[in-house]
Design a protein around this ligand. Structure first.
Ligand code: SAM
Length: 216
């Protein structure tokens, strides 16, 4: 019980830090206030859960920095009931934030171990997540179109499959660049062939590996 109070306090501090760093969307901040990020960590590393930094998970991957999660989520401007495709489930934390905001989540992870772990944890937390193990650069055609698409690994290009699977009027957020650094791109689909492309800030993600990503 004392520990839970401690985590809640640390979470509140973290959210205040995110607001001070420029995150203004109340729905995003509220979701981050609610989701216990320490659940996505091994107990030994609980002390790192509310520090605004990325942290290693299994398979040489990372749980994204809280600021990055908030930043990408804010760009998506999600509404309750929307269908959101996430590429790179990782720990499942980003998916939990989106689920907390009331969306229907479809999330793909290429590492089976991470996929299984996230599935178990999100279930245990009471979330209804649609998860799949595979190459997310191909999207999830059977479930398309998606109102929003979020890619949480660094891509060399914007995968064509994801552009196709985005609904008209939909928003995709994806970091694109080389393996060391990427620029966050927001794509708004105007019609079947027209996209508005907005280039935002630089980030450093683990690589997106797959048919329309980097070679594994
Ligand atoms: N969203 C995650 C979270 O909240 O913990 C963080 C994701 S981590 C920065 C990026 C993830 O993308 C890794 O787990 C990695 O295995 C996964 N990934 C890389 N390429 C992928 C692909 N083609 N399809 C699906 N997942 C991929």
């Amino acid at each position: 019980m004392i520990d839970e109070y401690k985590h809640k306090g640390a979470r509140k501090k973290l959210v205040e830090e995110l607001a001070a760093k420029g995150i203004t969307d109340k729905a995003v901040l509220n979701a981050m206030l609610k989701v216990p990020r320490h659940f996505f960590f091994n107990k030994t590393f609980y002390a790192h859960a509310y520090v605004d930094k990325a942290f290693p998970i299994d398979e040489g991957q990372t749980i994204s920095q809280p600021y990055t999660v908030a930043y990408q989520t804010q760009i998506l401007q999600v509404h309750k009931g929307e269908k959101v495709l996430e590429i790179g489930t990782g720990s499942g934390y980003q998916a939990a934030i989106l689920l907390e905001m009331g969306v229907k989540i479809y999330s793909i992870e290429r590492h089976e171990k991470l996929y299984k772990k996230a599935k178990l944890l999100l279930n245990k937390m009471g979330y209804q997540a649609n998860l799949k193990c595979g190459d997310g650069t191909k999207g999830w055609p059977e479930m398309a179109p998606f109102d929003k698409i979020i890619v949480t690994a660094g891509a060399p290009i914007i995968p064509k499959a994801l552009m196709t699977q985005l609904a008209i009027g939909g928003i995709m957020v994806i970091p694109v660049g080389n393996e060391a650094s990427q620029i966050m791109i927001c794509m708004i689909k105007k019609d079947e062939k027209t996209f508005e492309k907005i280039e935002l800030k630089n980030f450093a993600f683990v690589p997106l590996i797959g048919e329309e990503g980097w070679e594994g």
